[in-house]
Design a protein around this ligand. Sequence first.
Ligand SMILES: Cc1cc2nc3c(=O)[nH]c(=O)nc-3n(C[C@H](O)[C@H](O)[C@H](O)COP(=O)(O)OP(=O)(O)OC[C@H]3O[C@@H](n4cnc5c(N)ncnc54)[C@H](O)[C@@H]3O)c2cc1C
Length: 391
Amino acid sequence: MTKSFRIRNNYSLYEAINHAKFYQLKLEIVVVEPYEENPRNIEFFEQNTIDLVDNLKLFSDSVKYVKRNDKLYDLLAGFNSIFVDKAYLRFDINQYEQIKQKCLTNNINLFTVESNVFVPVSVASDKEEYSARTIRNKINSKLNEYRISVLDNMPTTIGEKEALRILDNFIENKLDNYHLHNDPSLNYTSLLSAYLKYGFISPVTIFDRLAKVNTENKDAFLEELIVRRELAYNFVYFNPTYDQFQYMTYDWAYKSMNQHLKDKREYIYSKEDYINFNTHDPYFNAAMIEMVYTGRMHSYMRMYWCKKIIEWSRSYEEAYDIAIELNNYYFIDGFTPNGYCGVAWCFGKHDRAWTERPIFGKLRYMNDNGLKRKFNIEDYVVKMNEIRKGE
Ligand SMILES: Cc1cc2nc3c(=O)[nH]c(=O)nc-3n(C[C@H](O)[C@H](O)[C@H](O)COP(=O)(O)OP(=O)(O)OC[C@H]3O[C@@H](n4cnc5c(N)ncnc54)[C@H](O)[C@@H]3O)c2cc1C
């Protein structure tokens, strides 16, 4: 268990249980703690998996919890077959490759199962998709086929219980206002991203819960949960250089950035300026407070935040590196395909070329006037400053 830390709608676990039963093999479950740089993320993970090992004992009397290190590979030597969650990001793929190597040298069957997405990435599409528009029907047309419930009469673990509580609260109190979810001064998004990241809940479970609800906003939410999220998985799966500045976006974007590399930057800030809330922009500083203090950031502010880093860095590559580093360190939902895709989007990925302007070239531009015009953004600043005062 490397990516989906739950029981219900856990397809890897389900396949492993069935395989063991069919071939009369002993089932052993190994829970592998995910790699994280920020202790807050480890704490979040541990809090939500306190009862996981005990619950897994329903299926096997041999359940092990291991840190992500070499001992894992020694553990695998005696197996007949191994079922492992599919890996998408470089770090996970490296771990998978080592498991594969172990299997090859020890004659072990290896099965990879996708539990983190609704429609398996290579089934949804056979290529890197250009945008949400090009992948939408490919995914939506397969939802019925992949809406499969497994182990759904089994217990929910703490992580899933918490995700379901947040989901129910979202459905009851926020979904009717989801058309306003872009407004950072309101709080109408689901806050489920960290639970999805660790696979505490399956998108299929969320979909089933929503099927019982009748509101126009449901489709807008499913667009984010399934189409946008799985477009991000498509991006990292078909583009092995998804995390390298030189290869993560489109030719038109690189061409345009090259033409504007020497444009005068009015402000230049460092990573330290950002994490110390030391820019001239109160909205950006407020977004950084949200990031550093809570491990989250409102979805609209994530776009603004990354666009400003582009505007205030000496080069586009430096901006990319800073954005990825902050994203992966501070966000509890960081280190995901969504994070790499969200940052790449700010550099033109899955977007179109816009009217030429300084520094941004043809990349979409965002400024504080937009925030002031569309939202009661001062409210957001007040809320974030209160969070900071409360430490
Ligand atoms: C610069 C930038 C960085 C980002 N970094 C991350 C990240 O590290 N981790 C992360 O999970 N998301 C990231 N996103 C995408 C999005 O902002 C977050 O998923 C969202 O804010 C999470 O809040 P929520 O769960 O309340 O969202 P909701 O609006 O409730 O959406 C439900 C779910 O849909 C998915 N989703 C929503 N928006 C997007 C999107 N634009 N792309 C892909 N999936 C989406 C998420 O899994 C989310 O939990 C980033 C976006 C940008 C522009």
